[in-house]
Design a protein around this ligand. Structure first.
Ligand SMILES: Nc1ncnc2c1ncn2[C@@H]1O[C@H](COP(=O)(O)OP(=O)(O)OP(=O)(O)O)[C@@H](O)[C@H]1O
Ligand SMILES: [Mg+2]
Length: 314
């Protein structure tokens, strides 16, 4: 009787769905098996990761043939090496909504069984986590302690830094030593860790290079890393001067209408609608702005906020 009353009270005060949802989350949490820093929880076999990652990028990351190839080669090459001389440091560059965050999530998914919920994956956003210039010294020491503690706990830790172009140079400087060539720093070896930087730096120059190549009659898929690399290097290699610790600068090309159509079809399925190609094409013209004005070739904000735009439109 008392139990029934208590339940009634609870259901009355919370929305039933929320309550049972929270209860389930809590139950899942306490019953979930503990995650260990071993092969059971982390895929350390480079072939396995390579195959899965290649397939996932091929299926889900549209229009990024350069980024996909470099990522697969970089990650598998690193994992193939039993004794890497330094941690793997990748730097993703491109304008908004081109798939940088998505690509980093696909890497995580293929390495860690628990994906983004893994305790070995650490995500930072400069604007959210390090917002105040006056607190830089505190952020520096906290971040250093965090990285050191977590790599001590698991050598195969991953650290992702979003909005890297908005990160205070002092904070970048403070984490550089972890990414450098050194056997051990303060008794801890960082050589098996992975660092990924995400930023919009260099986005404009990548867009320009893509447009120039298109105007010269080249197919998008003919564009090679070398074509973009030179332009990218002049604009980002030295931003904040961290270039020497970065192993791969990875360009994300601006997305075209055909990719927006693909993103819209994905969202349609997610919304429980039928993904009709014709309808998606119609939407792609209505909900997205393209540049340059006369040719309308490239989406200004990539596939960002497609879901909400689609909802608004419908
Ligand atoms: N190349 C792509 N292929 C498939 N989906 C994409 C692609 N680019 C973006 N998206 C989708 O668009 C949304 C935004 O993408 P994402 O967050 O990865 O962009 P971003 O490059 O990190 O942008 P920002 O620079 O603003 O952080 C996500 O829902 C993502 O799935
Ligand atoms: Mg992002």
């Amino acid at each position: 009787m008392q139990l029934a009353l208590l339940l009634l009270l609870l259901v009355g005060t919370c929305r039933a769905n929320d309550f049972f949802g929270d209860l389930k989350d809590w139950f899942d949490k306490i019953t979930a098996p503990k995650e260990y820093c071993n092969r059971e929880w982390i895929t350390l076999d480079s072939k396995g990761v390579g195959k899965g990652l290649e397939a996932d990028l091929g299926r889900n990351l549209f229009g990024q043939h350069i980024a996909s190839e470099v990522i697969v080669n970089a990650v598998t090459g690193f994992m193939n090496n039993d004794n890497p001389k330094k941690p793997l440091v990748l730097s993703f560059h491109g304008t908004a909504g081109t798939g940088k965050t998505l690509a980093s999530q696909l890497i995580v998914k293929n390495l860690y069984k628990k994906g983004m919920d893994s305790h070995f994956v650490h995500f930072f956003n400069s604007v959210i986590n390090f917002p105040h210039a006056s607190q830089v010294e505190t952020y520096k020491s906290q971040l250093q302690l965090w990285i050191r503690g977590n790599v001590t706990n698991c050598a195969h830790s991953m650290f992702i830094f979003d909005e890297m172009d908005k990160m205070h140079p002092g904070i970048i400087d403070s984490i550089k030593p972890f990414m450098d060539y050194q056997y051990k720093l303060d008794g801890v070896s960082y050589q098996k860790a992975i660092f990924i930087f995400l930023s919009n730096a260099g986005g404009k120059i990548i867009t320009q290079t893509t447009l120039v190549s298109w105007k010269a009659g080249k197919k998008r898929e003919e564009l090679k890393l070398e074509d973009v690399e030179t332009a990218l290097s002049s604009s980002v290699f030295n931003y904040h001067g961290e270039s020497y610790v970065v192993d791969f600068f990875i360009p994300f090309l601006p997305l075209e209408r055909q990719h927006i159509v693909q993103c819209i079809m994905v969202e349609m399925v997610a919304m429980g609608l039928q993904s009709e190609h014709n309808k998606a094409c119609e939407m792609a013209d209505k909900i997205v702005i393209y540049i340059p004005d006369d040719e309308r070739r490239i989406s200004v904000s990539g596939c960002k906020r497609i879901a909400s735009r689609l909802k608004n439109f419908m």
